[in-house]
Design a protein around this ligand. Structure first.
Ligand code: AOF
Ligand code: ZN
Length: 360
């Protein structure tokens, strides 16, 4: 594994945990050996570069640093990493990608260069781009990056005509979904899915044990129809209900229960999804894994609010005119108007196929 790959592996460990900050890893190398490593800490805590330097008592004369993201050069909750890198005597800094935070972009690199440090920025890499896609959208727009995940049969059905959907895909694909949940800041479903399936929305291993990193659970429930006994409310972890601003006794009850409620103006009688996402962004949520259902999916897609899809396709046919598909609503009236998916990648997971792609 290259030194930069080591830094990227460290960065990935913090994905889904350090929002609104980016996942970052750093390694410091001297005489061809890794002498320290760092992972970014929770917001307000030290950055990856500082963690790695601290291990060396901030003495890193003549060393080479590999950082998964351009070192910061501004005062945020913490002082600039560039100052600490210069002071420690680092000779060379390798960066996987420049930080699209307007307060940093290219200026971190320039400050290091001004101090006589050699800086090398890696060539474009889809792996790095994917690691930072949520943070980059968030830091430039204030909105979280939304990924729509669904599991379907070969004929595009997400449940049988009796509504049953457990399980269409195999264990390996389901494990992958739990990993995706743990690497997301939040998971989101519509109230219809909560009523129909009563999901837990936690990230678990194949034995049902909770993984270390748990996403915030978001339920889009315009009229606060959720039952107080729903698993998402009674299980561990934080749950947010998003609903309309209007009067509602159930909403008062939820608030009295200590459940956080996000209120939006009405858009045709339902939650205004853009207002909801910008409020989630203001709370520091950078990534949302949306898991259905179909009505909410079609509203999100109509408003261009889905950034990425991850579809798990199982080798079976369900059939039936009335069996549901990932997108409900009226659909697109012609092929020329249909939603295109670009930059697709395909991978086999167990006996299922995982397809990823971007909508915009
Ligand atoms: C991190 N960890 O390893 C790096 C970051 O408020 P602050 O001081 O924590 O600054 C947050 C910004 O610092 C963040 O938006 C990004 O631009 C930069 N780099 N942040 O949390 C790190 N390298
Ligand atoms: Zn920093």
């Amino acid at each position: 594994m290259s030194y930069m790959d080591q830094a990227l592996t460290l960065a990935r460990q913090s994905l889904g945990e350090v929002h609104p900050n980016p996942p970052v890893g750093a390694v410091i190398v001297k005489n061809g050996k890794v002498i320290s490593e760092g992972i970014t800490q929770l917001p307000g805590g030290p950055h990856a570069e500082i963690m790695a330097l601290a291990e060396l008592d901030y003495q890193a004369s003549g060393s080479v640093m590999y950082s998964s993201l351009e070192p910061c050069c501004h005062y945020g909750r913490t002082p600039p990493c560039t100052d600490a890198i210069i002071k420690a005597g680092v000779a060379e800094v390798h960066i996987a990608v420049l930080d699209k935070n307007p307060k940093v972009f290219s200026r971190g690199k320039e400050q290091l260069e001004k101090a006589g440090i050699k800086v090398i920025v890696s060539e474009f890499s889809p792996v790095v781009e994917q690691l930072y896609e949520a943070y980059f959208k968030f830091i430039t727009t204030g909105l979280p990056f939304v990924t729509f995940k669904f599991a379907s049969s070969l004929d595009g059905k997400i449940a049988a005509t009796d509504g049953s959907s457990s399980w269409i895909t195999g264990q390996d694909a389901r494990d992958e979904v739990h990993l995706l949940r743990s690497e997301s800041d939040a998971v989101m479903v519509g109230i219809g899915t909560v009523i129909a399936d009563n999901p837990k929305l936690t990230a678990r291993d194949s034995d049902g044990r909770l993984l270390d990193k748990q996403p915030i659970k978001i339920i889009v429930d315009s009229h606060c129809r959720i039952s107080p006994n729903a698993n998402v409310l009674t299980d561990d972890g934080m749950t947010l209900i998003t609903c309309l601003e209007e009067q509602n006794v159930n909403k008062d009850r939820l608030k009295a229960q200590g459940i956080k409620v996000i209120e939006t103006p009405s858009f045709n009688g339902t939650v205004d999804l853009l207002s909801m996402l910008s409020q989630l962004g203001s709370m520091g949520i950078t990534s949302v894994l949306f898991e259905g259902g179909g009505t909410l999916a079609s509203s999100l897609i109509q408003h261009s609010l889905i950034d990425k899809i991850i579809g798990f396709i199982a080798p079976c046919f369900i059939g039936g005119k009335n069996a549901p598909t990932p997108f409900d609503g009226a659909g697109f009236s012609s092929l020329s108007a249909s939603q295109q998916v670009r930059d697709i990648s395909v991978q086999q997971i167990g006996s299922d196929i995982m397809i990823k792609g971007y909508l915009h």
